[in-house]
Design a protein around this ligand. Sequence first.
Ligand SMILES: C[C@](O)(CO)[C@H](O)COP(=O)(O)OP(=O)(O)OC[C@H]1O[C@@H](n2ccc(N)nc2=O)[C@H](O)[C@@H]1O
Ligand SMILES: Nc1ncnc2c1ncn2[C@@H]1O[C@H](COP(=O)(O)OP(=O)(O)OP(=O)(O)O)[C@@H](O)[C@H]1O
Length: 281
Amino acid sequence: MSYMLSKSYAKINLFLYVTGKREDGYHNIFSLFGKLNFYDVIKIERNKKFQIYCNNKMIPTDKRNFIFKVYEILKKEYGLDLNIKVTLFKNIPIEAGLGGGSSNCAVFLRMINEYFNLNMSKDEMINVLKRVSADAPIFLFDKAVVAEGIGDEILYEVDLPKCYVLLVKPQFGVSTKDAYSSKNLKLTTKPHITNIHSLSNLNELSKLMCNSLETAVFKDYKELYFIKNTMENLGALKSLMSGSGSTIFGLFDSKNQLNNAYNFFKKISNKGYFVLKTNIL
Ligand SMILES: C[C@](O)(CO)[C@H](O)COP(=O)(O)OP(=O)(O)OC[C@H]1O[C@@H](n2ccc(N)nc2=O)[C@H](O)[C@@H]1O
Ligand SMILES: Nc1ncnc2c1ncn2[C@@H]1O[C@H](COP(=O)(O)OP(=O)(O)OP(=O)(O)O)[C@@H](O)[C@H]1O
């Protein structure tokens, strides 16, 4: 095989309950991660040395890149010195709560496992990935998942309802670290899910949708609250911040209402909003 290409999907948190603070400084969460039909593309091919190229100049291609961090772990702990060129075609905005960097490093590890026949088990890959980014392990699963711990303990895979999704992200990003360390963050007890199939019903699902980080982040970024409210006024069944922001997503069951909302946010895009119509995979 001369080269390999893979899609690296974005996620949204359909619910995100932050349930406690841990001794290692991280927080325990209980979250439903859905994948969107929106992705970066990663290409790997043989090369003289390890190198990352990216079409987005804002993204570091050195050891700060999550892909590079996985490469370093494979080198130090597995004795693998990968002579490959990695090309990252970036579409997913950064500091968006869409898990772009986490998705990239998980997909990269999956690709390396296959390309070099490493036979790493899923558990072994999860152990590598969670040290790079809390969110990364969920991207080893094709379906939506419910996870707890820091997001690394996958509880079950879920079928989600088919629906339209609108993403609106203002120009500014939100730092995940700042969101979790906000003095306004209130911990929440996790809901009791009696029937996992309820997650595949849009109305049942929207009752569970909640993001513990919203209050704290909205206090500092009032515009996000405006976007969320506007989306619901324009017909979203439910609108929520994804992860630590700054993307707000809305779920729609009507294509007309989706288009209306899309047009509205496009019209005010002198504000520099990133606006995208997509769907849950
Ligand atoms: C908000 C979410 O996107 C929801 O899916 C994730 O919990 C964030 O996961 P992530 O971006 O992969 O986070 P990391 O890059 O591993 O962590 C960045 C920083 O956020 C804080 N952090 C992150 C995840 C977590 N469960 N608790 C935390 O307190 C820590 O201070 C950490 O140093
Ligand atoms: N492959 C990568 N793609 C995007 N960002 C990366 C990558 N590697 C490292 N980074 C760095 O990670 C930081 C945030 O990345 P990312 O966009 O994944 O965060 P996020 O949208 O907040 O994700 P999450 O939902 O996991 O919190 C950025 O500052 C970026 O420079």
